[in-house]
Structure formats: structure tokens, C-alpha cells
Design a protein around this ligand. Structure first.
Ligand SMILES: CC(=O)N[C@H]1[C@@H](OP(=O)(O)O)O[C@H](CO)[C@@H](O)[C@@H]1O
Length: 507
């Protein structure tokens, strides 16, 4: 381990000597812990980080000035849609996606380093369960969708294929996530195909460029944003691992969308057939202030303008048809070729500009008292995963339906939207619809048929509770075999066991 003298000298060089100001008071263990935390911080990089955080923060916060003139919506030529009027095109995209999955050329990569602050949990968001009848967590739903898509692709093409699951964690989420997967036997995935790796952490910084001590023996560190992905890929030789496995295409997604379609064959196939190196799934924005990034052109180049960086005026602009001009909402579901990721990690990563988030960061004052600030006092610097779109040679966007594919879990139930209840209802509404489409009818306790209303009152539960395991159906397919002509009592759970029972009754 580095000595105290070395670390002290490095910190002095970086202008951050105050981080050792309680050294004399610390016992051997806290001293060792603090050195372990400080030793990896390169003095020059630390100086640069602290200075640029303070500088960036001193610039006017909020929307980028002069943005309006530089923005344009994406051109229709670079877009596809899952609801396009050409069923033959959709079939071709899906078929191509399944073909690539069957060849084991597709991996999924989960961004799971975040702290779930808005949701208000102290554990990784993927471990959250929104109160489904099955009690499944987000991680379990995702694992089961991987298993099902592997099975579907394998059946179509007569192969035994694998969709490896790469999971980027952070200091906050690595331990609990690893334990959770072990405790749940990796949800019956082969542990060799679940690869956890860790993103870097960066110190939070005061407005005058000083790294913050959150305890006498601990620096306030935060993950380097979901764009920390590219450094983490290099740090942990993840692209080399992909190459060894023959992976060519990567579906990157964030943890909180309960409807996420992992390795979605239609999206993958669309991107592959278009020869794209980079792609984004988008959903039509629901309202002007919706907290989603906007996928658009900035100075003619595809980019995402994040919701925190767009002015309400631009977000509210309307096109000739009366709809939002910038309506392509970023779902944080991205397609990358391995080749593109290689170029990013080798050439472009250093060019990504960090974004500034001003937060309340607990700290120790000069006397060593712990202070929980009431006002924001610290700067966290984060890179964004989508900031690499500008380097793509061929960027495409793919629009999907919100009802089918987007219900993010961001907030606690005290918020009106994007909370556990809205996520649960989105999934149960979808499954209820799938069951009706497959020919089922739902009955109440007295045997009377329940209504089948397709559109639901805002925030209402579906008229019947029906949950379908992803192991039985990935996107609504194949349900007729179990459900056609059935009368079902709510609540109804169609899991693998139930599917076997229903099949045998059919026969
Ligand atoms: C940096 C980043 O990836 N931001 C994404 C991400 O937002 P968060 O609020 O950071 O979860 O997910 C949104 C979709 O849920 C997407 O619209 C937005 O652009």
C-alpha cells in the first residue's frame, strides 16, 4: 500500500491536502481505509477534476445558452418504428435480431451503478419489487426475459445460444448486487454468463474546488455517471471478454424500466440491417416537461439533450402537426456494435465532457462535526452514456410504444409519476391486454365477466389482475396455446407450472 507520506505529497500537489486534516486523530484501521481510498487518485487528474468542477459550476447553471438555434429534430430517414405500417419490414427486423441472438452475437449490458436516491432505497434499484403478485424484482424480470429470448432464438434457429449479461455496478451496488444474484442462484442463468464489473468513483467537490470529506476518514465519492461505462469497459477488459465470446452487438439499458425488452430482437435487427454502429430506442414524450432526454440533432449531429439541460421553452416547442417538436424521448436503451465501443474506449472517451450536478453532500466541518446541509453545497461530475452518439458513423433511432415498452421506476410513491405503483400497473395492464388478445376472459368471484376496457382510467388498476411470467412469454407471443377460450379468475398468475397445467388440460 502507498505510504502516508506519498499520499500526502500527492494531495499537496493536487491542492487537496485538507483531506488528511484529521489524520492525527485516526486509529490504525480508519487510517488504512483512508489511504486505500486516496492512493488510487492520481494527483494531476484530481487537481484537474476539482478545478474543472468548480469552473463548470461557476458558469451559469441550467439550459445551455444559444441551444435553440442549433437544434433540429432527427431526420425521418434515420428513424424506424415498431408500429410502422409495413408488417413485412417489422418481420424482417425481428427475424434478423433473432438470427444474431441465435448466433450468440448479442449481449445485454445493464447500467446499475446508481444510488436510487429519488426512489429512496439504500439498496440497488434492481433489487426493488414493485408489488407484483409474484413478488418478482426488477433483476428477476430481466433475468427471465434473457432466458426467454435465448429460448425463442434457439428454437427458431435450432441453436443453443447465450445472451451474456454484463452488469456495471459501482462501489455502492457491487456488493449487494453480487450477493443478491448468488442468493437467488443467478435466477437460473449460468453464472459464467453474468459479468459484474465496477465503474469508477469521483470525489464530490465544493464550489471552490475542494474535495469533500464526508467523515474524518472518508472522502465523499460518487459514481462517475452512466457514461463512466466507457472507462469501466477499458478498466475491466470487458470488450475483450465480449470478443472472446463472439459478441458483436450490445444492447445497453438502464435498470429502472419495468417493461424493458432485453436484447429486443426487433430493435437489434433494425439496427443491424441499417448497418448502424449506434442506435437509440425512443418513445414519444408524454408531456413537454417529462424528465427524459430528447434525441435530436445538435449542429446537425445526433445527440441527446438531457432534461436537466433543456429550457422549458425549447421543450415546449410544437411542430406543424401540433405535437412536440422535440418529441423523441430517450429511453436509455442503446445499441452499439462492439467495434464502435472499441473506438470509443480507445479514442473518444477523453473527449466526453462531464456534466455538473449540484447536490446536498453531507460533510465534516473544521471541528469534525458531521453536517447534513440544507442547501446544495457540492458538485458531482458525471459523464452521460449517450454523449458518444456524436461519434457514430451511422446513428439510427427506433421508436416504440410507451404502453408496451416504457414505464421507468424513478420515484417513491409520494411522487405522482414514475413510481412503484405506476410501474406495477403498467406491467399488469400489459399482461391483462396480452391475455385478452390471446382469447381469455376474466371472471369475478361470483363468476360474472369482468370488463375488458382497453384504455384505463389514469393510474387505475386493470379490471383483472393477470401476471404472465417472462419465462412463458417475452412480448405477448405464444399465449393462445394456454389462454384461448379460457375463463380465468383474477388474480391469475401464468408461470411455467401453470402453463404446463393449462397445456395438459388442452391435450
Ligand atoms: C444520463 C442519462 O442516461 N439519462 C437518461 C436517464 O435518466 P435518469 O433520470 O438519469 O434516470 O433515463 C431516462 C429514461 O428513463 C432518459 O430519458 C435520460 O436521458
Amino acid at each position: 500500500m502507498a505510504s502516508e507520506a506519498d499520499v500526502r505529497a500527492g494531495l499537496q500537489r493536487a491542492g487537496q491536502g485538507h483531506l488528511l486534516r484529521f489524520w492525527a486523530e485516526l486509529g490504525p484501521e480508519p487510517r488504512a481505509a483512508l489511504l486505500t481510498e486516496l492512493a488510487p487518485l492520481d494527483p494531476d487528474a484530481l487537481r484537474e477534476h476539482c478545478a474543472s468542477a468548480a469552473e463548470a459550476c461557476a458558469r451559469a447553471p441550467g439550459p445551455t445558452p444559444g441551444l435553440a438555434e442549433r437544434l433540429r429534430p432527427l431526420s425521418p430517414e434515420s428513424m424506424g418504428s415498431a408500429s410502422c405500417g409495413d408488417p413485412e419490414a417489422r418481420r424482417r427486423w425481428e427475424e434478423e435480431g433473432f438470427r444474431q441472438i441465435a448466433l450468440s452475437k448479442v449481449a445485454v449490458l445493464l447500467l446499475a451503478g446508481g444510488q436510487g436516491t429519488r426512489l429512496g432505497v439504500t439498496y440497488p434499484k434492481g433489487m426493488y419489487q414493485v408489488g407484483l403478485p409474484s413478488g418478482k424484482t426488477l433483476y428477476q424480470l430481466q433475468a427471465e426475459r434473457i432466458r426467454r429470448v435465448e429460448q425463442l432464438a434457439g428454437e427458431r434457429h435450432g441453436t443453443h445460444c447465450t445472451v451474456p449479461w454484463y452488469i456495471m455496478t459501482s462501489e455502492f451496488t457491487l456488493g449487494p448486487t453480487a450477493r443478491f444474484f448468488k442468493e437467488h442462484d443467478f435466477f437460473h442463468l449460468d453464472p459464467a454468463n453474468v459479468v459484474l464489473f465496477e465503474q469508477r468513483m469521483l470525489p464530490a467537490v465544493t464550489f471552490d474546488g475542494k474535495a469533500i470529506l464526508e467523515r474524518k476518514d472518508k472522502v465523499a465519492m460518487a459514481p462517475d455517471g452512466n457514461g463512466g461505462l466507457y472507462r469501466a469497459l477499458a478498466d475491466h477488459q470487458v470488450l475483450e471478454d465480449m470478443e472472446r465470446r463472439g459478441v458483436e452487438f450490445v444492447h445497453v439499458y438502464c435498470v429502472d424500466n419495468i417493461l424493458v425488452r432485453l436484447a429486443d430482437p426487433m430493435f437489434i435487427g433494425f439496427c443491424v440491417l441499417r448497418g448502424a454502429d449506434c442506435g437509440a430506442k425512443v418513445v414519444e414524450k408524454a408531456y413537454a416537461e417529462e424528465p427524459v432526454g430528447v434525441v435530436c440533432l445538435v449542429d446537425g449531429v445526433p445527440q441527446v439533450v438531457e432534461y436537466s439541460e433543456i429550457s422549458p421553452e425549447i421543450a415546449g416547442l410544437r411542430g406543424a402537426d401540433g405535437g412536440l417538436l422535440y418529441s423523441a424521448g430517450n429511453m436509455c436503451n442503446h445499441f452499439f456494435t462492439r467495434g464502435f465501443l472499441q473506438r470509443v474506449t480507445r479514442e473518444f472517451e477523453p473527449l466526453l465532457k462531464p456534466h455538473v450536478a449540484v447536490k446536498k453532500v453531507p460533510y465534516v466541518d473544521e471541528e469534525g462535526n458531521l453536517v447534513k446541509p440544507l442547501k446544495p453545497n457540492g458538485i458531482k461530475m458525471e459523464k452521460f452514456v449517450f454523449d458518444v452518439f456524436q461519434f457514430a458513423k451511422n446513428f439510427v433511432a427506433f421508436e416504440v410504444s410507451r404502453e408496451e415498452e416504457f414505464s421507468p421506476l424513478k420515484n417513491a410513491d409520494s411522487a405522482a409519476r414514475d413510481n412503484p405503483s405506476t410501474a406495477r400497473r403498467a406491467l399488469l395492464t400489459q399482461h391483462h391486454q396480452w391475455a385478452l388478445q390471446a382469447g381469455a376472459r376474466f371472471l369475478d368471484a361470483r363468476g360474472a365477466q369482468l370488463p375488458e376496457q382497453p384504455g384505463l382510467p389514469q393510474n387505475g388498476d386493470p379490471p383483472a389482475i393477470c401476471e404472465i411470467s417472462p419465462l412463458v412469454s417475452y412480448s405477448g407471443e405464444g399465449l393462445e396455446a394456454y389462454l384461448r377460450g379460457r375463463e380465468l379468475w383474477s388474480p391469475f398468475i401464468l408461470d411455467e407450472d401453470q402453463a404446463i397445467v393449462l397445456r395438459s388440460q388442452e391435450a
